[in-house]
Design a protein around this ligand. Structure first.
Ligand SMILES: Nc1ncnc2c1ncn2[C@@H]1O[C@H](COP(=O)(O)OP(=O)(O)O)[C@@H](O)[C@H]1O
Ligand SMILES: O=C(OP(=O)(O)O)[C@H](O)COP(=O)(O)O
Length: 403
């Protein structure tokens, strides 16, 4: 894989360089609640601009449905990028249309532009190679060189991640190099006990990862939205909690295999449950009850792990040598459901293990709950990406950067 330093040494002055970043930041309206992903790609953008490149930054944000949707505009991220760089950052209101072409054509050497959300175009995420390729062709018209630095999206076989680098001379940015360097350590010489904590809301993506982790981890602690498919598989009532019904046979097999392989697969023993999803804007106090995991009322949903589970999970982390954590344990965006996530973050900080936290929301949670980033071994910008890397999978966005 060519590094950005090699690309810089070859000379980028006057060249249009497409930087595929992951600026998928959490937003409340148009306010960015955590800018970690924008800060993480700074070194690459800065180095290219300082070397006289015309930098075209592209990213997805959220999961719009292949058409423009103002709720998912990258405009706030572009503004924040400008503040961080301390320079003006141009913004194109489309991705490959007239605005993008004019904005890129208007860049002087050393200037930076952000183009609108890649996922406003159906070709970006299409499963059809030709449709993705056609969109990649249009993206390729905007640039001379490609730098992949959106680590959080390297597990996606999307046009800007996978097809575009095949069309342009390419290199890996500083963020990807750092992320891969740290995660490599977790695949080659992992120190045991190796504990993996899994939570979050992208349940179907993450359940698949457990298959591989059952052969690698010593303990897997389950929380967040993914816990309820396991609890349901044990025959418990889960009310209106997040549930991946079609995955019940799979997780049943996971539980059996864990038992056979001597892997501790640990499930919540108590839950904070409510009849309604909390008010994340006004943050009005939530109305919830604490129940044992086998006693969730049928009209309620689980929104955080309870106090007994927090203690149990902390004890399972205390003697670990390595901990990988992806996915908040509850709806941490509301203070009444942040306790489980806070307890796990604290357990990582208190342990002497090498700790890696991965995922856009997990990293945001750690910072917004007031933890010092330096108290963790590594905070990865990618959740799904880091999990799939640890699984040993070939990630499309990394494979595409190979020479
Ligand atoms: N029990 C739950 N029910 C619904 N959503 C949950 C639950 N627990 C956590 N979440 C949500 O999961 C989201 C983060 O999930 P995900 O995107 O998978 O994590 P990451 O970005 O760290 O990989 C958060 O917005 C959080 O509110
Ligand atoms: O937020 C992201 O992943 P993550 O939640 O697994 O960290 C990335 O930006 C990828 O987004 P996607 O899961 O909508 O493809």
């Amino acid at each position: 894989m060519k590094t950005i330093d090699e690309l810089l040494a070859e000379g980028v002055a006057g060249k249009r360089v497409f930087v595929r970043a992951d600026l998928n930041v959490p937003l409340a309206g148009d306010t960015i609640t955590d800018d970690g992903r924008i800060r993480a790609v700074q070194p690459t953008i800065k180095a290219l601009a300082e070397a006289g490149a015309r930098v075209v930054v592209a990213s997805h944000l959220g999961r719009p449905k292949g058409a423009p949707d103002p709720a998912f505009s990258l405009a706030p991220a572009a503004r924040r990028l400008g503040e961080l760089l301390g320079t003006e950052v141009a913004f194109a209101t489309d991705t490959v249309g007239d605005s993008a072409k004019a904005t890129v054509a208007g860049l002087a050497d050393g200037q930076v532009a952000v183009i609108e959300n890649l996922r406003f175009n159906a070709g970006e995420t299409s499963k059809d190679d030709a449709e993705r390729g056609a969109f990649a062709d249009r993206l390729a018209e905007l640039a001379d060189l490609y730098v992949g630095d959106g680590f959080g999206a390297v597990h996606r076989k999307h046009a800007s991640v996978f097809d575009l680098p095949a069309r342009l001379p390419h290199a890996a940015g500083y963020l990807i190099a750092t992320e891969v360097g740290v995660l490599e350590k977790l695949t080659s010489d992992v120190k045991r006990p190796y504990v993996v904590v899994l939570g979050g809301a992208k349940v179907s993506d993450k359940l698949a990862v457990i298959d591989e982790l059952l052969g690698k981890a010593d303990r897997i602690l389950i929380g967040g939205g993914m816990a309820y498919t396991f609890l349901k598989a044990k025959g418990y009532e889960v009310g209106i909690s997040l549930l991946q019904e079609d995955q019940i046979p799979t997780v049943t097999e996971y539980m059996e295999r864990a038992e056979k392989n001597g892997v501790e697969l640990v499930l919540p023993v108590d839950i904070l449950a409510s009849a309604e999803f909390p008010d994340l804007k006004g943050k009005t106090p939530a109305d919830y009850i604490t129940v044992d995991a086998d006693a969730i009322p049928s009209d309620k949903e689980g929104l955080d792990i309870g106090p007994k589970t927090r203690e149990l999970y902390a004890s399972k982390i205390a003697d670990a040598e390595t901990v990988f954590w992806n996915g908040p344990l509850g709806v941490f965006e509301h203070p009444d459901y942040a306790g489980g996530t806070r307890a796990i973050a604290q357990a990582l900080v208190d342990s002497s293990a090498f700790t890696v936290v991965g995922g856009g929301d997990s990293a945001a949670a750690v910072r917004t709950l007031g933890f010092d980033e330096n108290a963790f071994g590594h905070i990865s910008t990618g959740g799904g990406a880091s999990l799939e890397y640890l699984e040993g999978k070939t990630l499309p966005g990394l494979a595409a950067l190979e020479d």
